[in-house]
Design a protein around this ligand. Structure first.
Ligand code: 5GP
Length: 194
């Protein structure tokens, strides 16, 4: 088991509805030493690529992506969730359905902060059905940026997102892939990785 899998076993809680709660160390209270380590691990996995910008989605992606951006020495831009239907032409827009909240948000990135030819690394905390990631990919590509890779902290491998994104041909790295989990007895099974 890697450092993250060990932490998930220690402090993660399996909830009904296929939800894994990691809010004691990842996306509510944050263990900064762990998140620094996550930043270094993404640098190790994507360091051979040219990355000029890290991209994520608010809110829980930001704290993680910040450490990745620091490792690469590049800016971080995050997509904002916007309820407004009155979006002017200065924004890239995608529609994203939230797995946890079951609602739809328009997510936006200002055209000032994403440009043609930029080499983007997309980071998020979870991958479930892939909606958030597909929204970010679509924003990056409408800007004419190159998606060099997608880095996910926890992929739920029993949901379709990972398969869809890999089948689309993107380089997707997930630090922990949960292949099965059970809310009844709290068990978690990880996919073996190199
Ligand atoms: P997707 O768009 O891939 O269906 O879901 C990804 C988003 O939903 C992530 O940005 C994350 O915020 C949230 N999410 C999905 N599954 C879980 C989960 O099991 N636990 C937590 N805490 N968040 C999740």
């Amino acid at each position: 088991m890697n450092f993250l899998e060990e932490r998930i076993i220690k402090d993660g809680l399996v909830k009904s509805g296929n939800v894994l709660k990691v809010d004691s160390f990842l996306n509510h209270q944050m263990d900064i030493a762990l998140i620094e380590e996550i930043g270094r691990e993404f640098k190790r996995r994507f360091g051979h690529k040219t990355i000029s910008k890290v991209m994520t989605i608010e809110a829980s992606g930001i704290g993680i992506a910040a450490f990745v951006a620091k490792e690469f020495g590049v800016p971080l831009v995050f997509a904002k969730k916007s309820k407004s239907i009155n979006i002017d032409g200065e924004m890239f827009v995608a529609e994203v359905e939230s797995f946890t909240h079951k609602n739809k948000n328009q997510v936006i990135v200002s055209k000032k902060f994403l440009h043609e030819g930029e080499h983007v690394l997309i980071i998020d905390d979870f991958l479930a059905n892939g909606c958030a990631l597909q929204g970010l990919i679509s924003i990056a590509e409408s800007a004419g940026a190159i998606v060099e890779g997608c880095g996910i902290v926890i992929e739920k491998g029993f949901q379709i997102g990972g398969r869809v994104i890999r089948n689309m041909g993107y380089h997707l790295e997930s630090l922990a892939i949960v292949d099965a989990m059970d809310a009844e007895n709290g068990s978690i099974v990880f996919r073996a990785q190199d």
